[in-house]
Design a protein around this ligand. Sequence first.
Ligand SMILES: C[C@H](O)[C@H](O)[C@@H](O)C(=O)CO
Ligand SMILES: [Mn+2]
Length: 437
Amino acid sequence: MSSCRATFGEDGPDFQKAGKSGGMSGFERAKEVYAETGVDAEAAIQEALKTSISIHCWQADDVAGFEVHEGAKDSGGIMATGNYPGRARNVDEVRADYEQVLRLVPGTHRANLHASYADTAGKAVSRDRLGLEHFASWIDWANDLGIKLDFNPTYFGHPLAASGFTLSHADAAVREFWIRHGVASRHIAGGIAAAQGSECVNNHWVPDGAKDSPADRWSPRARLLESFDEVLREPVDGCTDAVESKLFGLGSEDYVVGSFEFYSSYALSRKKLFCLDMGHFHPTESVADKLSALLQFHDRLLLHTSRPMRWDSDHVVIFNDDLKAVFLELARGNALHRAVVALDFFDASINRIAAYVIGIRATRKAILYGLLDPQTQLKQYESEGKLAQKLGLMEEAKTLPFGEIWDELCRRADVPVGRAWIADVEKYEEGTLSRRV
Ligand SMILES: C[C@H](O)[C@H](O)[C@@H](O)C(=O)CO
Ligand SMILES: [Mn+2]
């Protein structure tokens, strides 16, 4: 495993050496600066490192999956754009990519699989017949690596999703197929949970919706509710089901059956997790603002960190204001432990390992940033009516020496500090990705 030391030599890079003065490292000084604002940087590092991030498998291969198809494949609502070389072509390559990524990102991680990444040894297996045996090699791999798995049924990229409807389809036979798939996914997630000795989050997202002005917005929603009740009828130990809402999608610009109101109500009434994807709202809506409302009612939420660019474009997550705001809100509500953090982006136009590393490091940075917020002082100012002081401290907090604390977190996790990971990605591209032709 490469680390800052391996990359830069024993004393670290010059910019770090410059940070040391009077025997105190840049980190020690930064820690004091944070302490002056009432923040314990040590505690923040510990908590940020142990907060789990579930890494999606689908950035590695542009959401294509590795099913052996008997019939035609159809997109059904999801599309990655770009054709940068090096896409993973099979499960072994996805696993190798995961392992490379994990060398470059600090903290605790899980791997998040879609049903379409089943390991069926070259055989075509219908989605409604998938079983735990098709994920046995994933379980062994995760076990060897010491990480846990999460799961997702795949209700898209299939001829029976081509109409744009799955669980809410008007045809009962189509609905029943997808109900069987949903049930199968829960048993797989339950089996994974038993094998790993802890819950497996199983997230249901369906692309169902209409491009333009449906005359009947009621029946598909009634059918979706009925189908989900059927999918979720039997309790499955260890399987924690989540349902993911969306405002619009490709081909469902006007109407998405599983809207925010539908699934937030459904999840609450059925005691399931509600999944909040940062790309699934109108661009002017604040996802961060929803947290303190939803978490008054829901025990936990599943969070997909994503980066919408004018629409649900699934750009690689970066350390931007939206991401910071989400984790600031969770920290200010002492609710980080109530969010299951997972990633959801896919960019086929750049090196995919770099895409992972950028998105994962950005998400962990935002977690740390939230935990380093001088919230006690801010809340005190606010409660005393000192609103200018509150706003002033919020502004000053933006330029506290966050980078020093982040670098220390990376050092403690023995992963590259700063931009050093870029060289590792280049090496992997040269030795591995460029050979995938
Ligand atoms: C592949 C995922 O299931 C998918 O991205 C889903 O989570 C989503 O966000 C669809 O827009
Ligand atoms: Mn999502």
